[in-house]
Design a protein around this ligand. Structure first.
Ligand SMILES: C[S@@+](CC[C@H](N)C(=O)[O-])C[C@H]1O[C@@H](n2cnc3c(N)ncnc32)[C@H](O)[C@@H]1O
Length: 177
């Protein structure tokens, strides 16, 4: 079982969620916050990633109903290696709670993680972490992808990330170390 602690409940309540959103949670095992987000975004979707295989297995168990309903999915990957799958739509919002790669504890990994997150989010993208009141927003570097409109489910205009040649200005920030 994973119950939502008052701390996580406050964070989920503060996120600017809307119905239909695609949300990315980073380091979300064992899935309590992601389950609560899934309940707030209607027909939207939340992908919860975590680098821990054990954490992912726990989240699969704890959020079986949401996963079966297609409202949530989980993926084992470190945020600094995260990439959209082919044809996977970008996310509208990302958040992370108590994840060292994003809270300044590991600056080198953090720099790489921010680039990966920027490339996985749609225009107008926003990334929130804990440590504010209760959230704080992190500025993202420019994305190495361009966004083009496409039709999802036949009628819903969305954006899809496509690889383009980086501009000269982007060259340095898009280089994968
Ligand atoms: C302290 S726990 C916090 C879990 C949850 N967010 C919460 O607040 O209850 C940190 C989680 O982030 C995951 N994590 C740490 N570094 C990560 C990284 N670089 N990429 C993805 N997940 C990471 C860990 O496996 C762990 O599940």
């Amino acid at each position: 079982m994973s119950t939502l602690s008052p701390r996580l409940a406050e964070i989920v309540a503060a996120l600017p969620l809307r119905e239909g959103m695609r949300v990315l949670e980073i380091g979300g095992a064992p899935g309590a916050a992601a389950k609560a987000v899934a309940r707030r975004i209607g027909h939207g979707h939340i992908l919860m990633i975590d680098r821990s295989a054990k954490g992912i297995a726990l989240a699969e168990k704890n959020a079986a109903a949401e996963i079966d309903a297609g409202l949530m999915s989980v993926r084992q990957v470190a945020v600094e290696d995260f990439e959209l799958l082919p044809n996977e739509a970008p996310f509208d919002l990302a958040f992370a709670v108590r994840v060292g790669a994003l809270d300044g504890r590991h600056p080198k990994v953090g720099e790489r993680a921010l680039k990966r997150i920027a490339d996985a989010l749609a225009p107008g993208r926003r990334l929130f972490i804990d440590g504010g009141d209760p959230l704080r927003e992190l500025q993202l570097p420019p994305s190495c992808f361009s966004s083009e409109p496409y039709l999802r489910n036949g009628n819903e205009p969305r954006a899809v990330a496509t690889r383009t040649a980086p501009t000269q200005a982007q060259n340095r920030s898009c280089a994968v170390e």
